[in-house]
Design a protein around this ligand. Sequence first.
Ligand code: GTP
Ligand code: MG
Length: 621
Amino acid sequence: MVYPLIIGTAGHIDHGKSVLVQAITGQDPDRLPEEKQRGMTIDLGFAFWGEDVAFIDVPGHERLIRNMVAGVSGIDLFLLVIAADEGVKPQTIEHLQILQILGIKEGVVVLTKTDLVDAQIIERRRGEVERLLWGTPLQGSPILPVSALTGQGLEELKEVLRELLEAREKVGEGEIFRLPVDRSFSIKGFGTVVTGTVISGRVEVGEEVELLPAKRPLRIRGIEVMGKPRPEVRRGMRAALNLRGIGKEEIKRGDSLATPSFFQPTRRLEGELSLLKGFPGEVKGGSWLKFLTGTAEVVGRVYPLEGRPLRRGQSGLVRFNLEVNITGALGDRFVVRIPSPPSTIGGGEILDPYPPTKRRGERLDYLNALKGREVPQVIRERLLWRRSRGATENELWQATQLPWKLIRVGLRELQENGNLVRLGEGSHYFLTSSLLKLKERIIDEVKGFHRQNPYRLGVGEDELGHRLRAHLELYRKALQELLKSGELSLHSGRKLALSSHHIPLSPQEEQLKEELEERFLKGVFSPPSPRELKRGDASRLMGVLQEMGALVPTGHSLLFHEKWVKRAEELLREYVQEKGEINLREFKEILHTSRRFALSLLTYFDNQGITRRVGEVRRLR
Ligand SMILES: Nc1nc2c(ncn2[C@@H]2O[C@H](COP(=O)(O)OP(=O)(O)OP(=O)(O)O)[C@@H](O)[C@H]2O)c(=O)[nH]1
Ligand SMILES: [Mg+2]
């Protein structure tokens, strides 16, 4: 089958678009009774031309621009219709601008109703149209005189359209399925049907899709393309999808169907806005606008990001804060309009559909990288912003919406240049500079800790990690490097200290400390009472001994030397392994000590998870 293509009409009201579509296809695109009665198009009309071409017919009325934009988003060729008797009119110009903004460059201009004018006028109109197109990407498009009434010129027009269709390149599919809905209706005994043009990816009958921005899962019951049932539909095709489990009023123009869980609903987005040359005003921070993308139209405020208002003919990076959620992706085109006088003032391309809440200067580098599709630069900027939190390949893909393959290539390039570190079984990426920064921050924090706690050995590893809020993998990597290089040391109790750090003790204090330790060593399982010792310097030095792990606080405000705690544990284990359990009296007897000391140690072992208390006895865990 030839690749299906879509031709969209454009042009001023009553200039003969619908009649021309009917003359070409034999089908009347005006389907609503009201349209037939009033002789004007209100909503989008559709007609098939042979096996593989569809026409989307749009209304020309200035108040129906929204429908026009919805119709021509996703078309392959335009058919700009200008009545030869009237010539170029306001919506001729506006529709032309919208085609330009949406990036639709290929198509045909038809001078229609030629039966109403003489040859001289036709030539004058041709000159007018050439001037209109001059300097736009549409310059050089064929201009064909036709009369839908007499059929004059119709064959030539069809011929030119066929040639253009054949020359169209088949575009790549893209990874993610997306279809902006342009119509929703229900058919008796069939359920809800929506129509639209697939703008990326593909989908099959039976597949699950997600309704956006509602984020509701739906299943595809049936697919029709060009009026015929088909098992699947791909990018570029117009399709009617029969959906399971939803009423027609729950899905409307402006919604999208997509591969589940890739897109997020968003009301804040950033992109590049270009203003038309004819726009007399300026766009300042906070200006209200109508924002049209795909088949959606919403109201919102715009904020230029480069610190100056935008004027006619200018382009700049902007943020939109919309009133309601929409679905947007990198590369989606949008049109902006103002309500009074109602007119299109410009448009552009969405770059980041999910910017952070705050507008920061550093965002510009990121947006510019996205604009140029400089993949490694985009990844770098993104990771720079993520800092020590890093990102996975998947997160980068969803956040930037660049093709998966390009992200992979970009990551590899950055890694080969030494700009990236890949951690956690290779799934998490960080900038090398983030690792260096984190190492500096760790050193600073440890230094600060020493300054504030001179008599402590160091800061707890987990406590510091928590405070720094770094990704665990990166934190581990940073510590590992700092310990390896000898800048940091790890002490008992997983305490981190500068290797150069030592607790500042005078020779007298040092001696007193040794004496204290000696007393605890000599005490064995009957250590001295800390309360008695806690006088003057002794109290601080006992703190130092605890800090160093020499003294262990057990239960009931007692301290034992670390050596004897270990020994007590050994004796306890031996006993319990033989007897199955131990009670306080038995433990006291093995240790040759008092009830109070034995109980303190048992409580400690309970708390350490070594023993478990069962009634009057302890067992090993
Ligand atoms: N004489 C003559 N009249 C035509 C020709 N084509 C269209 N008309 C008439 O022009 C009027 C408008 O035609 P439509 O095709 O409905 O115009 P349209 O551009 O679709 O209008 P909207 O959809 O409302 O924007 C109708 O009364 C047609 O009969 C033509 O080639 N010759
Ligand atoms: Mg019409």
